[in-house]
Design a binder for this molecule. Structure first.
Ligand SMILES: [Zn+2]
Length: 113
């Protein structure tokens, strides 16, 4: 186990819920956490992976991760678009969207009219 470079007392323990802040946006990545001072150190590979994946998805330089709960409506599940995204992407109730499944992720893209 590696020693913590920050407090030099604790040991770095592997964790999968390290908070990584990049340009003011927050991601949850794999990395290590000190068991003494709780300093979180994201894996460098993970940081690169996030940047590359964001660019590929066309969301860089504005990657955004939000947590939302789906709600039940009739027989289906409803996802509410956050207001700031609605404004940024100029969405309204006439916007057509495409839904792409990538692995276990869902990408929602507005179709330009
Ligand atoms: Zn430490």
């Amino acid at each position: 186990m590696r020693k913590c470079p920050i407090c030099e007392r604790g040991e770095l323990v592997k964790a999968e819920d390290i908070i990584l802040e990049l340009d003011g946006y927050v991601f949850v990545v794999k990395g290590e956490r000190c068991n003494s001072c709780n300093e979180e150190i994201p894996m460098e590979e993970e940081t690169k992976r996030i940047v590359i994946a964001s660019k590929r998805l066309g969301i860089w330089p504005e990657p955004l991760k939000l947590y939302r709960q789906l709600s039940k409506s009739g027989n289906g599940l409803v996802f509410r678009i956050p207001a700031d995204i609605e404004k940024q992407l100029k969405l309204d109730d006439e916007t057509e969207i495409s839904i792409t499944k990538i692995g276990n992720k869902i990408v929602i893209s507005p179709e330009k009219a």
